[in-house]
Design a binder for this molecule. Structure first.
Ligand code: AMP
Length: 284
């Protein structure tokens, strides 16, 4: 497995592979890898000749300085996991090479109504930073296919729009959320939970599954949403931020009535030092 940090070297390496007729898959990450990330590597390996994984903690997508500064850096472990998974290249660019002119006065992205809700509402500027870094990474790596997790569903919607609106010649695919045996969605931020917090964290997925069942049974969206929010808030260690039902295609909020199209139930909650997000899709 190669580790490359230079942008041009990465780009030339992929150009050569593609000139040789090889299909290249790409998995962008911020490191502190878990089995959820590895499942994306496996999806890429199944469908491509070469798999490249980037590890880059992108400063422009953090709206919270402490979250950025304390983001785990576990490169030695990550490298071993990627080697074992059969990844071909790790791309680890420096901040200086990604943002040679600094991060002020950068281009900004406006994804319209898609980002006026959920993460976009609670993390101002986050998706513009995601748009910038994903554009950069896709321009440097020029993969045939890039793989993202359903865990960050709104992020996937944003990237799908970015790639479509800018005619970026990479196919983007969403892969299922991997969970711990007790249902907690795997996340690098779970490392911030203490034992007590980790033990109650699976409540989020239980609440999502109950809400899903209630929607399928035809209950009113507003009532389901309120009950789910209250179930999380009832536990003093949690501070729920939002729980929303959105139309799966338009990502517009649904506030009441029975569902008659596929929806996603998305939530965010603070638990100790971690801010956790999760979602389930309800197909109709
Ligand atoms: P991150 O390192 O958190 O930026 O995540 C890198 C990629 O892994 C993103 O596309 C995430 O959606 C995806 N991912 C994160 N957690 C999971 C999970 N539990 N299951 C599947 N994919 C995930």
């Amino acid at each position: 497995m190669k580790v490359i940090s230079e942008l041009k070297e990465t780009n030339s390496f992929v150009r050569k592979l593609r000139a040789d007729g090889k299909k290249v898959g790409f998995v962008p990450t911020m490191g502190a890898l878990h089995q959820g990330h590895i499942s994306l590597i496996e999806a890429s390996k199944n469908e491509n000749d070469y798999t490249i994984c980037s590890i880059y903690v992108n400063p422009t997508q953090f709206n919270n300085k402490e979250d950025f500064e304390t983001y785990p850096n576990l490169f030695a472990q990550d490298k071993a996991k990627l080697e074992e998974a059969g990844c071909d290249v790790i791309f680890t660019p420096s901040h200086e090479s990604m943002y040679p002119n600094g991060v002020d006065n950068l281009l900004s992205f406006d994804f319209g109504s898609l980002t006026s809700v959920l993460e976009g509402k609670y993390r101002p500027g986050h998706f513009s930073g995601v748009g910038i870094v994903v554009s950069k990474l896709l321009n440097i790596v020029m993969p045939d296919v890039a793989y993202f997790g359903q865990k960050d569903l709104q992020q996937f919607m944003v990237i799908r729009k970015l790639v479509s609106d800018l005619s970026i010649m990479t196919e983007v695919k969403s892969c299922p959320t991997l969970r711990e045996p007790d249902g907690l969605a795997m996340s690098s931020r779970n490392l911030r939970l203490n034992e007590e917090e980790r033990n109650i964290a699976p409540l989020l997925y239980r609440v999502l599954k109950e809400a899903k069942t209630a929607l399928i049974e035809g209950n009113d969206v507003g009532n389901v949403q309120k009950k789910a929010f209250d179930s999380i808030a009832a536990n003093a260690l949690f501070t729920p931020e939002y729980i929303e039902v959105v139309d799966f295609n338009s990502f517009s909020l649904i506030k009441n009535g029975k569902i008659n199209n596929s929806v996603a139930i998305c939530l965010s909650a603070h638990l100790g030092k971690a801010r956790l997000i999760d979602n389930v899709i309800v197909e109709v």
